[in-house]
Design a protein around this ligand. Sequence first.
Ligand code: F6P
Length: 323
Amino acid sequence: MKRIAVLTSGGDSSGMNAAIRAVVRTAVYHGAEVFGIERGYSGLIAGQIRPMGARSVSGIINRGGTILRTARCAEFLQPEGRAKAAAQLKEHGIEGLVVIGGDGSYRGAMLLHKEHGVRCIGVPGTIDNDIGGTDFTIGYDTALNVAMDAIDRIRDTADSHDRLFFIEVMGRRSGYLAMMSGIAGGAEEILIPESPTDLGKLIESLRSGRGAGKASSIVIVAEGDEFGNAYEIAKRVGEQSEFTDSRCVVIGHLQRGGSPTAFDRVLASRLGLLAVEALLDGETGKMAALVSSTPVLRPLSEAWETRNQFDPSLLRVAHILAV
Ligand code: F6P
């Protein structure tokens, strides 16, 4: 295989550029031609494909976002959309594709392989760290550090005013990012979809914290919490208790941007390299994953058939350390 391409798909995450750099330079190292596809599967269908070389990825290892842009593409979900995408690849003589993104992007890649024989390797990129088959996804560590920094800053003002804050953290249906942010930021309570939220218990815990001399309280709310978002929960707490003057902060897309941490840069570099070498070795339907600190190939389907969950013992850690 002498011609491969790379695209980023779904929500961007910090470190995707480092992964693109690794893909391009590994291909160059092995003498393969490499193309960049813009705006994920949308750009592929539209033929937004350009040649890349070692110099076209200079100075991007430290940049957030993705120089290739990204998109969520409804047309690619239809067989006709995938046929157009396959035709574009054929026209450019591209035999293999590296897809940097989450599980939704991998399902598309798998179908592209099954229906049109295009070889595909996935590289996990999402801040949610919820993809099965890999211990970490590119962008998670950066997002975690952004959330932790936000919590630290809010703690300063919360302490100064003896206030209760509700801080909403991204993660879609997963509480992984919220859980780790809460522990790293020393939050009093962490509300996540993986464990049911009990308003009475939350109020009791906030009261007992105040009784134990805590000046401020921080409650982390995962955006996917089954009880509601940070504003709804703050409102309900205010209606049912003396905590009527709380404040809410939604960190949101701030977590997706910014310069990637060293961890994400190294992860992206290792997985991008593995993905290209796997493609050149004739592999397909695999994901370049990190398992027990080692880059390995895993079946792409693991990404959506299983979910990466945080160790449940962390619930206990969070609870005990919040006394
Ligand atoms: O999957 C990554 C993520 O940032 C989630 O944490 C969040 O729910 C979602 O994407 C937001 O998507 P969008 O940028 O399309 O609003």
